[in-house]
Structure formats: structure tokens, C-alpha cells
Design a protein around this ligand. Structure first.
Ligand SMILES: *[C@@H]1O[C@H](CO)[C@@H](O)[C@H](O)[C@H]1NC(C)=O
Ligand SMILES: *[C@@H]1O[C@H](CO)[C@@H](O)[C@H](O)[C@H]1NC(C)=O
Length: 289
């Protein structure tokens, strides 16, 4: 699913508070242009898109992790995020919907034709009775997602009225420098994204990885202005997006601004059945149940 790529298998430090460069930068209030200059984007919904079919891991959302379905673990973490006014699971599958209702989640049924999680979020948003200003797309396959990261991206977007999108990065481990499944990011001095790449950016003149450079790894979480989400799914694919196979490049290529927060957090995504035992090992290490 999009940006994060293969996030499996990284050992973690203790679940860290999202520490936050970038968050402090509150852009001059008057800069909001086309999208909602004056209105504060207050109401925030977290949407967890989940499908049953998955080429690498069918039924992944319901895979048990220390005895609980993965989607439940993701939902429980999301419920701890204080910025969210609501959390809903968006799915096309009755098995997932039934399981979610059992543990108490609000579920929105979306069509089977949604080609990806972003589209599923957009369709779910339309079906909700309440109106929201901001949507956080919480990937269902990150059962250890840190609520502080969710809070971080939501607050960052609220604090940057000229941005339509926000996301999170963390320090890139040197062994991932040349891994195209680990997406790198560069940001400007105001904390806005300049570019994302599967290649190493910036690229040192010596052609070597510079051990002293603070390279950034993109994490999968995405947060959108609710109105922009309609625009986003309709924007035609753009050349850089297609070349890198990175959906979020559409946003930058079309001139929109994206706020990036830096967090001290490692992604533990589940992409394959083998990743389940890796997550369980991380949970044991951290004494999580
Ligand atoms: C490249 O990396 C080296 C360390 O490996 C560093 O000393 C140098 O400043 C970096 N930049 C350039 C342009 O060489
Ligand atoms: C998701 O679907 C939307 C709408 O069809 C499309 O614009 C976008 O590029 C897709 N993203 C991915 C990762 O395929």
C-alpha cells in the first residue's frame, strides 16, 4: 500500500513519543490560499481502510497477533489518538466488518471497486453522517501504530493552513539506504516536503552513503484535507509519480504543499505471514499484550 513500501521486519526501540521537529512551525496564519484560508480545520476523522484480498497475505486484516485480529490492534491504537473525533474502519468485506463490529468499531462499507486505500478513505468519508475537515488514513496493517504519530500529522496539518496533506518521516537506517522499498524524503527548512524517492536523496557527490547525513525514511501514514481528498483521487497520474511508483508525488507535482513531521518511531508493517511473528517478538520485547 503506497508510500511505506515493505516495512516489515524492523526491530524497535521502545515505543517512542513522537518527537517532532517541524511541528513547531506554525506558518503565518494568513498564507492559506485556495483551500480554506480562514476556516480552521477542526474536525478530524481517522479512517482505517481494510480489504480482504491481498496478494501476499489474503485475510491479513484478521490475522491474529497475540490472539487479537490485526485490525483490532490498529483500531485500539487509533482510539488512543486524542486528536481524532472519530475512528472508522472502511471495508468491502463482511468478514472484516463483522469482526470489527464485535469489538466495537464503527464500520463503513465501501465498494469492491476501490483500487486502493486512498480511494476507500474518500468513499468512506462521503458516507459518514458527520462532516470532517481532516482525514487521517491509518493503515490497517500497522498494529503498533503510535497514537502520537497520528496526533502529530493531524496537528501539523491544522497548523499549516497552506498545506493540504501531511505525513511523517523518521531516521533512515544506513542499511536501508539502497533499498527501493524504503522511501526517502527531503524537506525544506519550513518542514514542507520537497521530494520523495526510492533512490537515496540527497545523493552524495562521492556516490557513497554519507554516514553523517540525517537521511529521512517515509512512514506510511497520510493525512489529508477532507476537500483535497476529492481532488487527490481524481488527479491524473503524473510523470514523477509513475516513474517512482509513489502516489504522493502527485501532490507535489501538482504544486500542492505537504507538511512533514519527524518522529522517533519505527514502522512495523505486516506485509506477509512471516511478519506476524516479527511483530509478536517486538510486542514481547516491549511487554505489550
Ligand atoms: C559526502 O559525504 C562525505 C562523507 O562520506 C562528506 O564528508 C561530504 O561533505 C559529503 N558531501 C560532498 C559534496 O562530498
Ligand atoms: C489510488 O487510486 C486513485 C484513484 O483511482 C489514483 O489516483 C491513485 O494514484 C491510486 N494510488 C495508488 C497507490 O495506486
Amino acid at each position: 500500500m503506497g508510500a511505506g513500501g515493505d516495512r516489515g521486519g524492523k526491530r524497535g526501540k521502545a515505543m517512542a513519543a513522537a518527537a517532532v521537529a517541524g511541528l513547531g512551525i506554525i506558518a503565518a496564519a494568513a498564507v492559506g490560499r485556495k483551500f480554506f484560508a480562514s476556516r480552521a480545520r477542526r474536525r478530524v476523522v481517522g479512517i482505517i481502510p481494510a480489504r480482504y484480498a491481498s496478494s501476499r497475505f489474503p485475510g491479513k486484516a484478521l490475522a491474529l497477533i497475540q490472539g487479537k485480529p490485526m485490525i483490532q490492534r490498529t483500531w485500539e491504537q487509533a482510539k488512543l489518538a486524542t486528536t481524532l473525533d472519530a475512528v472508522v474502519v472502511a471495508t468491502d468485506d463482511e468478514r472484516i466488518a463483522d469482526s470489527c463490529r464485535l469489538f466495537g468499531a464503527d464500520v463503513v462499507m465501501t465498494s469492491e471497486t476501490c483500487v486502493n486505500g486512498t480511494e476507500r478513505c474518500q468513499e468512506a468519508l462521503k458516507k459518514l453522517k458527520n462532516k470532517y475537515d481532516i482525514v487521517v488514513n491509518i493503515q490497517g496493517d500497522e498494529p503498533l501504530v503510535d497514537p502520537e504519530v497520528i496526533n502529530g500529522v493531524a496537528k501539523a496539518l491544522q497548523a499549516a493552513p497552506d498545506a493540504v496533506f501531511s505525513t511523517a518521516v523518521t531516521a533512515l537506517q544506513p542499511e536501508d539506504a539502497m533499498n527501493p522499498n524504503r522511501v526517502k524524503c527531503v524537506v525544506n527548512t519550513k518542514g514542507y516536503a520537497i521530494y520523495f524517492s526510492r533512490g537515496l536523496i540527497p545523493f552524495n557527490k562521492s556516490s557513497q552513503v554519507n554516514p553523517d547525513f540525517p537521511y529521512l525514511l517515509h512512514l506510511g501514514i497520510q493525512c489529508y484535507d477532507a476537500k483535497f481528498l476529492d481532488t487527490y483521487v481524481c488527479l491524473p497520474s503524473s510523470p514523477l509519480q509513475l516513474e517512482e511508483d509513489l502516489e504522493q508525488l502527485k501532490v507535489l507535482e501538482n504544486g500542492y504543499k505537504m507538511k512533514v513531521i519527524k518522529v522517533d518511531h519505527e514502522a512495523h508493517g505486516v506485509d506477509s505471514p512471516e511478519d506476524v511473528s516479527k511483530i509478536e517478538a517486538v510486542m514481547k520485547e516491549r511487554n505489550l499484550r
